[in-house]
Write a protein that binds this ligand. Sequence first.
Ligand code: NIG
Length: 417
Amino acid sequence: MNLLIVNANEVITMANEIDGPRKKEAMKEIGVQQHVSVLVVEGRVAGVAPLEELRAEFPHLIDNATLIDASGQVVMPGLVDCHTHLVHEGTREDEFHMCLEGREYMDILKAGGGIYTTMKKTQEAAFEELYEKAYMHLNQFLKHGVTTVETKSGYSLDWAGEKKQLEVAKALQAAHPIELAITFMGAHVIPAEYKGKEEVFVDELIQSMLPQVAEGQLAEFNDVFCGEGRFTPNQACRILEASRELGLTPKVHADAVTPYVGAELAVEVGAISASHLQYASKKGLEAMAKAEVTAVLLPGTAFFLRDSYVKARQIIDAGVPVAIATAFNPGSSPTVSLPLIQNIACFNMDMTMEEVLTATTINAAYAINRGREIGSLERGKRADILILDVENYKQIQYFYGVNHTNTVIKDGKVVVR
Ligand code: NIG
């Protein structure tokens, strides 16, 4: 079915000559167009142009297209959430309750709670339980205008559990309208039983888990949490190099809690993205800018943990392409609302309205190696399109805390209306 979207107040195309993630000045260019229509043919964008031009170029296709009237609304590309931990079991509202009463998140972790609680529940959960819960969360993402989601394993840390998480993601990939990009994250934390023999776990990961992930084509990316009490730069480097040799693209959780040469490591191993970066060094950021490693900033974690925010301005000014994501997980960011994450980045990280749109569309797409397929409304790209109940794009952040999503189109099909 072909679609023709007409009468929008504004169409935000995110189109740009640049073939790659957008840095600094380019992050401000969001391609606002008025008096244009969007023609979708066989799941792809055929054109964004004045109606008469489209009619002249595609007379038959226009006549057969289903008309969508976007009067008084804004049209933009579907949102891309490029960092989540979608597949997991259990919620941790009791821990959050304790945190609000003054207990520290790190104390709860040290006492064996936190991630360990989620790991235990995820290991014990049946495939179906994980699947149903993640499916329900994907429905919520979709209602918030998210059409592509990256999801990491890493809440099981033994092979059976990790495999189950990846297989759940695979099954969802085939069943849900949202497209999933799957990341293996066996190196999320050191499992409690490997304390003091961390190298044994790293060897197991490299020699046993990674080859099985690659052989079963269970993931596209491999992510490692490089940080104090997690994986050292040396261990992370070994894991990521081994994964790259097996065809998995490296990603890094870098410099999240203390300075830890994570940004430098991301460049060294040829990572496509580095997440967190609160404590990244100037040198590391400069190296990321040069190598065009996308910084994935996670405003929701600082918001939820009531922690200090990453200095997005410094990172953008260093010339690093920036994406932002929910980091959806049960411990440090239990939200599916990427629009709220945009608000938080504007209010607390000094990012501009244009930058947060770039950071949740085209740059997020590049962070998961899909920048040439999604993230902007350009001829030939996949038709992942939102119609928002706002009069202009500035109202998206101005009316904060509101889900403005009216219609979601995924691969040319209307999936929310
Ligand atoms: O490891 N972004 C990474 N994952 C979080 C998970 C938090 C949690 O479950 O408590 C982290 O810090």
